[in-house]
Design a protein around this ligand. Structure first.
Ligand code: SF4
Ligand code: SF4
Length: 289
């Protein structure tokens, strides 16, 4: 069972929920439990795992096109084929180059060129590290430099997730392609939200995407008590499952920011996460029935 933890923006509590859900359930379930960090641009779950063992690492490479200006006839086919506006061509100046920072390695330009003017170089995009934690595991995807190319790393992370385990995946924030890739195989998505108008607006984009993807999901409200009740009313009107609300508590924020696992020090929060897990499991079973 793959459980994706998601939010439209950073700072809503995704990592807190992923880490504490993992520690709340890992010793009370029979299955192995895998904690997964797919927030590949700034992975930070490793801060919360004391004594990380030696990792098994896989480097994720991509192919970046390079254009030979001497062989190029400036026909413009590659520019036309590139859906990401990643090729700059100034025909009169005899200049053409790939803008690496925008290239998604799709390979369309190589296919388009009839003059063999485009070759490809291999570049390390990031890595996937896998750690054994007794019966459980921690898997981290990490991008070396910020590029618009999240999917090869997320796909490699997903390859490492075993089907016989319960996996809890901290997804990239937002509702764009990396998020969609991260939740693609999820059996259930936990959407994090905050009260207030902005929280409701942010949530709507992800809800629409998950409905389009026909995903099972529920909303977990973090720092509840801060803001008006509009979010609760909206969720009720739309008949959206509310998994729980975590009340705002300065102690939780302090423990989390110090790299502590809150559920190991707060029995009430541990019980809340166990009940969230029970609701998720029931939701997944209902979907399979
Ligand atoms: S590989 Fe794709 S994104 Fe990159 S320059 Fe070529 S067509 Fe554009
Ligand atoms: S398709 Fe090939 S020949 Fe045409 S502009 Fe691009 S690199 Fe040059």
């Amino acid at each position: 069972m793959k459980i994706a933890i998601a939010s439209t923006k950073g700072g809503v509590g995704k990592t807190l929920v992923a880490v504490n859900l993992f520690y709340a359930i890992k010793d009370i379930i029979e299955e192995a439990c895998t904690l997964v960090d797919e927030h590949i641009q700034v992975p930070n779950i490793y801060h919360y795992i004391k004594e990380l063992p030696q990792a098994e690492e896989v480097v994720v490479n991509v192919r970046i096109p390079e254009i030979d200006q001497n062989a190029c006839t400036f026909c413009g086919r590659c520019v036309h084929y590139c859906a990401f506006d990643s090729i700059l061509m100034i025909k009169d100046a005899g200049h053409i180059k790939v803008l690496d920072d925008y290239c998604t390695s799709c390979g369309a330009c190589v296919y388009a060129c009839n003059d063999n003017a485009i070759s490809e170089r291999t570049e390390a995009l990031g890595k996937v590290s896998s750690y054994a934690l007794d019966k459980d595991r921690f898997i981290e995807g990490r991008m070396y430099a910020i590029r618009p190319l999240a999917s090869p790393i997320i796909q490699e992370v997903n390859e490492h997730i075993k089907d016989d385990a319960i996996s809890i995946i901290d997804t990239p924030p937002g509702s764009s392609y990396p998020f969609a890739e991260s939740v693609r195989d999820a059996d259930f998505v936990v959407l994090l939200a905050e009260q207030g108008k902005a929280g409701k607006r942010n949530l709507e984009a992800n809800i629409q995407l998950l409905l389009n993807m026909e995903k099972r999901f529920g909303v977990l409200i973090n720092k509840s008590g801060l803001g008006d009740d509009g979010l609760f009313e909206y969720l009720q009107e739309e008949n959206i499952l509310v998994l729980a609300d975590i009340p705002y508590n300065r102690k939780y924020a302090d423990l989390h920011s110090c790299g502590e696992i809150i559920v190991q020090q707060d029995a009430h929060l541990k019980q809340l996460f166990v009940s969230v897990f029970d609701k998720i499991r029931a939701g997944v079973k209902e979907g399979q029935a």
